[in-house]
Design a binder for this molecule. Structure first.
Ligand code: THU
Length: 132
């Protein structure tokens, strides 16, 4: 588990170097370990600001579009001085692929925080809530 997190953080740091964030200048990288391997992503912004997408959702989408259906761990690394938690939209997006996933965030200084996703999104909305 510890080695896996180190590997994911390495992938996330590399992805952060490819972030497209000319508007916020806030560079974020993410990586996920899944039932189909590891994947990474970076935030991608747009001149139409609201269309910008977070690194976590890019990484998760890469994974799912490659066949993954279960995410064990997501890591995030940003240019902030403190570890940044995933935004609300990302929490919901990730919840779909395992409410119990481990979430690790690392700041630019190497400080880390760790959560279980269901702590960050209490009583999240899932497929079971859609009924029959
Ligand atoms: N962002 C992420 O990629 N992940 C987060 O966890 C928080 C925010 C991005 C979105 C936007 O491109 C920039 O950071 C500033 O909000």
């Amino acid at each position: 588990m510890a080695d896996q997190v180190e590997l994911l953080l390495d992938l996330a740091r590399q992805a952060r170097g490819r972030a497209y964030a000319p508007y916020s200048n806030f560079f974020v990288g993410s990586a996920v370990s899944t039932d189909a391997g590891t994947f990474s992503g970076a935030n991608v912004e747009n001149a139409s600001y609201g269309l910008s997408i977070c690194a976590e959702r890019v990484a998760a989408s890469q994974a799912v579009a490659s066949g993954a259906r279960h995410i064990d761990t997501v890591v995030v690394t940003s240019s902030a001085p403190t570890p940044t938690p995933p935004c609300g939209a990302c929490r919901q997006f990730l919840y779909e692929f395992n409410p119990q996933m481990t979430v690790v965030s690392e700041s630019r200084n190497g400080d880390r925080k760790r959560w279980v996703l269901s702590e960050l999104l209490l009583d999240g909305f899932g497929r079971g809530d859609l009924g029959d």
